[in-house]
Write a protein that binds this ligand. Structure first.
Ligand SMILES: CC(C)(COP(=O)(O)OP(=O)(O)OC[C@H]1O[C@@H](n2cnc3c(N)ncnc32)[C@H](O)[C@@H]1OP(=O)(O)O)[C@@H](O)C(=O)NCCC(=O)NCCS
Length: 161
C-alpha cells in the first residue's frame, strides 16, 4: 500500500546560528531586506551593539544552504529574555518557518534560565505571536516615522515560559 508521509516544510529545514562570514553576510542581508530596506533605512541599520556580544542568533537553512529565516534572542535580565529581528523570506512565509524559529529561541531562553520573553511586534504581525502564546501588554514605539513608507507601529507583547 502506498503511504503519503506528510512532513511540515519546516521539518526539512536545518536550524542553527550562522557561523561563517558568508552565513553572517546572508543573515544580516535578510534582516536588512525584510526589516529596513522597505523603509529606506541604510545598510548597517539592521544591526545593533549587541549583535557581536552575548546574544543568540538563530536561522533556518534549507538543504541547499539557502537562508530562509532569522531571529535573535537577548537576555535583558536573568529572568527576562527578548526576541528581536524576526524575518522570513517573502516566498517562504506562512510555511511554519517563523514559528519554528521562535520555538527554538524560546528553548534557548529556557536553557539560559529566563522565565519570560518580551518583544515589540510590528502591529501587522501580532496575530503571528498570539498563535505562539504571546499576549499584548502595551502599545509599543513607532519606528521610521520620517520614512515615506513609515511609520512602523509596534505592540509590546510577552509570554511566560
Ligand atoms: C512575521 C514572520 C516572521 C512570520 O513568519 P512565517 O514563517 O510567515 O510564520 P509561520 O508560517 O510560522 O506562521 C505561524 C502561524 O502564524 C500565522 N501568521 C503568520 N504571519 C501572520 C500575520 N502577519 N498575521 C497573523 N497571523 C500570522 C500563520 O498563519 C500560522 O498560523 P497557523 O499555525 O494557524 O497556520 C514573517 O511573516 C515575516 O518575516 N514578516 C515580515 C517581517 C516582520 O514583520 N517581522 C516581524 C518583526 S516584529
Amino acid at each position: 500500500m502506498f503511504t503519503h508521509l506528510l512532513v511540515s516544510p519546516a521539518a526539512a529545514l536545518h536550524f542553527a546560528a550562522p557561523t561563517t562570514p558568508e552565513q553572517f553576510t546572508a543573515y544580516y542581508d535578510l534582516r536588512w531586506r525584510m526589516l529596513r530596506a522597505p523603509w529606506a533605512q541604510p545598510r548597517g541599520s539592521e544591526r545593533d551593539e549587541l549583535d557581536d556580544a552575548d546574544v543568540s542568533h538563530m536561522a533556518a537553512w534549507d538543504e541547499s544552504g539557502r537562508l530562509l529565516g532569522v531571529g535573535r534572542l537577548q537576555l535583558n535580565t536573568r529572568s527576562e529574555a527578548q526576541i528581536r529581528f524576526m524575518a522570513v523570506e517573502e516566498d517562504c512565509q506562512r510555511q511554519g518557518v517563523g514559528q519554528a524559529l521562535v520555538r527554538r529561541l524560546e528553548q534557548i531562553a529556557r536553557e539560559q534560565g529566563a522565565t519570560s520573553i518580551i518583544l515589540n511586534a510590528r502591529s501587522t504581525v501580532t496575530g503571528f505571536y498570539e498563535r505562539l502564546g504571546y499576549t499584548v501588554v502595551a502599545q509599543g514605539v513607532a519606528m521610521f516615522e520620517d520614512s515615506p513608507t513609515g511609520p512602523v507601529e509596534h505592540t509590546r507583547m510577552s509570554k511566560q515560559l
